[in-house]
Design a protein around this ligand. Structure first.
Ligand SMILES: [Fe+2]
Length: 147
């Protein structure tokens, strides 16, 4: 498992593309199955990284936006990918935060304490089938369960 953070609309860190290449190569010495969690804001950066490591990583799972995308697929090289897996948490919220608090923050541009609302919840996930010998993904299935 490799966790990377993007640079677009986020604080400037080291290059996730070059780090991915280097770290996947290292992990491949001890396992054929390498899952990449790419914590990034920009969909383009997440898609580009998935193409960059297609055939090297078993899966690239985008995170951070909290909103599940409907673009799951296995790329030609055998890397399963989804731009964002989504969140597990309160449905009547703004990405997990009480909606009133999030709206106040946008209205007044001030910082406020965020709280998690009670009520209906949903679970977002993906189910990925990977060949253990080759590390290639056979399929990726998007899961979104509402309470
Ligand atoms: Fe985040």
């Amino acid at each position: 498992m490799l966790n990377l953070e993007g640079r677009v609309f986020m604080s400037n860190l080291d290059d996730p593309f070059r780090i991915a290449e280097r770290e996947i190569e290292k992990l491949k010495k001890s396992t054929s199955v390498v899952i990449v969690d790419f914590h990034a804001e920009a969909t383009s950066e997440k898609i580009a990284l998935a193409w960059y490591v297609d055939g090297k990583a078993s899966a690239v799972i985008g995170t951070h936006t909290h909103v599940q995308t409907a673009d799951e697929r296995v790329l030609p090289g055998g890397t399963a990918f989804i731009t964002d897996v989504g969140m597990t948490g309160p449905t009547d919220s703004v990405i997990g935060v009480k909606k009133e608090q999030a709206i106040t923050r946008f209205l007044y541009q001030t910082t406020h304490r965020f709280e998690i609302p009670r009520g209906p919840v949903h679970l977002c996930a993906v189910l990925i089938d990977i060949e253990e010998k080759t590390g290639k993904a056979n399929s990726i299935e998007r899961i979104h369960i509402k309470s």
